[in-house]
Design a protein around this ligand. Structure first.
Ligand SMILES: [Zn+2]
Length: 100
């Protein structure tokens, strides 16, 4: 059944977005969601509930370990290919030097 424009607009009158309500952190002054931990410093109700600095350090260490693992894997794959390509020219060069 067809909806009138009025009916559609009446339904959509409740669809407007509201700005999120934010509270100010008592510890660092950053704005955070009310009744939630401050995401900048990890404090809630004047008490540290999460050590965000340690979490950040652990995360960076984890990412570095992953990067190191990836580079190690690439180096394991790459030298075998590089040796095959570079071995012949190097050998020829050394032979020429020896003959001279
Ligand atoms: Zn804070």
């Amino acid at each position: 059944m067809r909806h009138t424009r009025s009916h559609t607009k009446n339904r959509r009158s409740h669809h407007a977005l509201k700005a999120p309500a934010l509270a100010v952190c008592a510890n660092c002054g950053a704005s955070h969601r009310p009744h939630h931990m401050c995401l900048e410093c990890g404090f809630y109700k004047g008490r540290q509930v999460m050590d965000l600095a340690a979490k950040k350090q652990a995360r960076e260490a984890r990412l570095q370990a992953k990067k190191a693992m990836i580079t190690a894997q690439n180096q394991q794959v790459a030298p075998s290919e590089a040796e095959e390509v570079s071995a012949a020219p190097v050998g020829e060069a050394t032979d020429e030097k020896k003959s001279e």
